[in-house]
Design a protein around this ligand. Sequence first.
Ligand SMILES: C[S@@+](CC[C@H](N)C(=O)[O-])C[C@H]1O[C@@H](n2cnc3c(N)ncnc32)[C@H](O)[C@@H]1O
Length: 281
Amino acid sequence: MFGETLDYWLLRSLAHRRNLATEAQLDARAAEASAASFEAAMPKLDKLLRRFAGHLPVDARASYLDMGCGTGELTIALAGMGVGRITGVDFLPRSIETARAHAARMRAGNARFVCADLHGWVPPQKYDVLLSFDAFEHIDEPRACLRKMKQLLAPGGIAVVCFGPLFHSPFGDHMWGFFRLQLPWRGVLFSESAMLRVRRECFRPTDPARRLNEIAGGLNRMRYSEFIEHVHASGWQFDYLAVNTFLPEGSVARRLSDLLARVPLLRDFVPHNVYAVLRPR
Ligand SMILES: C[S@@+](CC[C@H](N)C(=O)[O-])C[C@H]1O[C@@H](n2cnc3c(N)ncnc32)[C@H](O)[C@@H]1O
């Protein structure tokens, strides 16, 4: 906004160090992931089902793949809700270890976990329902990922995708963990290197990331309009598409948000989240 140095000093003055943690500390915390985070999974899944408005199937005969499952809370919650076999995949070893330990504790025999990078992973089977929850804003090369997803899909299958906050939306920079004051569109307005310098000093001292896409877990800065283009260019079509689903359906705010999300100059800066069901074209 004001150049790298001024941006840094401005951002630094708004930051705190209460959540400072090294990668080793994060690994240790993930290993003892509290039962509470798993207990929160059921309300989170209920919220997802509500926001998908009947478009997320829970089918005992279908096989599911949870792509970028993290520590597997939603994977295990879905397993408990009665989906058929479900596989969670993530490339962070600490997340998969936590997910496996919890699945064993919960005796979720129909949930299994694989530690792999989705871009290169070749599974032994295809899946009826591909799930991607809160991962698409992180995944490197989302178009390549959408292409890869088509190879993972069984005939007649669908992909159920939700993600956010989108980078260009008001709170899309995923940096709220170390700022005392949340400035809207901070990630768009301030220099990337200033932001990451403050992140290293106040939040993740052992993560050497100098670019957003180098952060552990990544941040690809995909715009809403780019997501739509990627979907079409990779041979999918939308069965369902909604944005800002936290706004009540039919409310004035939701209608206004839908309207703004269609205005070419504004559409990338309004959608905070995206809920979509995709089918091969
Ligand atoms: C914000 S987390 C979401 C976790 C989970 N789906 C949820 O909703 O709680 C995004 C996850 O995507 C994973 N991820 C990103 N790119 C990936 C890739 N190429 N292969 C596997 N996992 C990936 C990250 O490690 C991270 O755990």
